[in-house]
Write a protein that binds this ligand. Sequence first.
Ligand SMILES: [Fe+2]
Length: 434
Amino acid sequence: MSFSDYFTQKAGGDRIFSVEAPKIKFGRGSLQEVGDDAKALSMNRVAVYTDPRVGQHESVAKVVESLKSRGLDVVVYDQVAVEPTDISFKQGTEFACDGKFDGFVSVGGGSVMDTCKASNLYSCYPADFLDYVNAPIGKAIPVPGELKPHIACPTTFGTASECTGIAIFDLLEMESKTGIVSPRIRASLGVLDPSVLASLPALVRAANGFDVFSHACESITARPYTHRQAPETSQKRPLNQGANPYSDLACLEAINLIGTHIVQAVNDPVEESYDALMFAGMLAGIGFGNAGCHLPHGMSYAVAGLVKDYAPEGWPDDHAMVPHGISVIVNAPAVFRKTGPACAERHWKAAEAMGADLSGTKVEDGGDLLADQITGMMRATGIPNGLSGVGYSLDDIDALTDRSFPQKRLIDNAPLSISRDELKELFRDSMSYW
Ligand SMILES: [Fe+2]
């Protein structure tokens, strides 16, 4: 079998890619089956993790009822922090240790699922907190063995935390976002019930939809796995392997689903739009879980971290924040104009999957065509106009660049190498689009 020319091996590059496929259940009503699923995973005493807001929702009540109806002993922990930190991970762990549970169920967004993964890990294999955290901040010690079963039930879409072996948090003493990455912390089962999306505000649907799009588009335009240096041993092959034929399949379909449904799903949703968005989020999660993101995500942590006074409608209004999906997509058009020439055909295909009319266009203009299509859809769904739309000005470019340039894992996964000056230029080009 021969793959596309994009995967032609470079001297010293890897010849192998691996596939980490999550176990998933998908469909409206699937939350009602969680009790059966927990029983099948031999759970008896279950900790249900959620946050104070989601804890009030119908979805938690449905899950708890389903677990109890199968005779399981259930204790709810509703104190997960919305932007988790090392402190809140430790609090979740304490609850897990005290309760002597034999299984976990998480119901909520990425914060809830990630906190549950970390609590499961540290309660099964107690260690100094930084032991399992990514290097160079932590020691990145491999997770010693299997964890207790965990069923992850997202109440939003986009993070794909139910698909990945990643738990992200803020390390307070260093004021930086980092994470724990291991296939062993992946949930045993992800339960995706699209009916939970009906309660999300319109701008939240837009932001999460563009996060999904960007996961997929960054994965498909990532440096090919054959250009990454081959690892010394198979165990050292990273999760972010670069673009590969498996993640391409999932990502192109995710882009197509987002392109077809996002405007309606934001402005005038019907039930089918929720199915499409949630399924796209899952596909993109499988894609970026194996390929990895690059510049829009690498730049997003600084955009979220240095926030001044932006407080969007639909999120808690007690503090300023740039929600994740918005902090990603405000960089994306500038990035794809820049990366376009490195793999024009991939950008062109992504633009087509996003719904652009490409008749009479040239493949070599793929990056610009994709950027134009994204910008049009941002406008149609109420996304802010670039970095200026979320409160930044040209005076912030140095700070944004300083904070982003160390994100080597993501920046090195781009299809071309980016210098510090080029990164600065990308922030400048992301200031406004219309
Ligand atoms: Fe993301």
